[in-house]
Design a protein around this ligand. Structure first.
Ligand SMILES: C[S@@+](CC[C@H](N)C(=O)[O-])C[C@H]1O[C@@H](n2cnc3c(N)ncnc32)[C@H](O)[C@@H]1O
Length: 235
């Protein structure tokens, strides 16, 4: 798969409101304190762990890893440009391993390896939290070809969820909902920048055709709920 670079590049996913609501949701799952050690796998620009670091002033700065090193990665965390499986072999221990909107980059075999290594990298009572787009009735605004690609990817995610359940066994499920309100113009920029992986393999002609579809089918202000399934595992 091509590399994803604009996922959190000035989108609702990097907005202060999104990050603060997401981190409030995390607080319902984790009792953060100064000693909490966090690893964010596929951290992107590390907005989430950076905001957590500001709030909780962890003694050990959180670590974010990603295969892409963007220019504007947050500075108050430890960032490593490294593939997740390779990093986890170091066997450092964490209280929280966050894997947000990243599992779809893994094959079934690699996902199992990732989970096995992540389990071994937890402190006693440590948690793994996996977030992924909800697969049924997903509201992300799409043009036709984008929707088709997204549906294929979400079908694949359902299989990945089965693998996760089989591997981690004692998991619980909740949802994180964020109400998006974005101008059509901004959303079109996000599509042009291929913000989501179902756009990565489209050529410019397909993207431009899709944008004209979005232009004609959506109002100037686009509103929808971005829903993530959260899978929680505790050691
Ligand atoms: C959709 S983005 C999500 C970013 C961030 N977690 C968030 O939710 O805002 C997925 C990220 O996973 C990274 N990624 C994909 N495969 C990876 C791997 N094998 N190891 C580490 N990072 C990976 C991508 O480069 C990308 O930055």
């Amino acid at each position: 798969m091509k590399k994803l670079k604009n996922w959190d590049n000035k989108t609702w996913l990097s907005s202060k409101l999104y990050i603060s609501q997401f981190n409030k949701f995390l607080k319902t799952k984790i009792n953060f304190n100064k000693d909490t050690k966090i690893l964010d796998i596929g951290c992107g620009r590390a907005n989430i762990i950076s905001a957590l670091q500001k709030k909780y002033k962890f003694k050990n700065k959180s670590t974010g890893i990603d295969v892409v090193a963007n220019k504007d990665i947050k500075k108050n965390i430890v960032f490593k440009k490294i593939e997740a499986l390779k990093y986890l072999k170091k066997q450092e221990k964490y209280d929280l391993i966050l894997i947000k909107q990243t599992i779809h980059f893994f094959s079934k075999t690699k996902l199992n390896r990732l989970l096995n290594l992540a389990k071994k990298s937890l402190n006693p009572k440590g948690k793994i939290l996996i977030f992924s787009l909800k697969t049924k009735n997903n509201k992300i605004p799409c043009f036709k070809k984008m929707r088709k690609n997204l549906e294929i990817s979400l079908k694949r995610d359902e299989n990945l969820f089965k693998i996760i359940k089989k591997n981690l066994k004692k998991v619980s499920y909740t949802s994180f909902n964020f109400k998006v309100n974005i101008s059509k113009q901004k959303y079109i920029r996000m599509i042009r920048e291929r913000y989501i992986s179902c756009l990565l393999n489209m050529n410019n002609r397909e993207i431009n055709f899709g944008i004209s579809e979005i232009k004609s089918e959506y109002k100037n202000q686009i509103k929808f709920t971005d829903t993530l399934k959260c899978i929680s595992y505790r050691k």
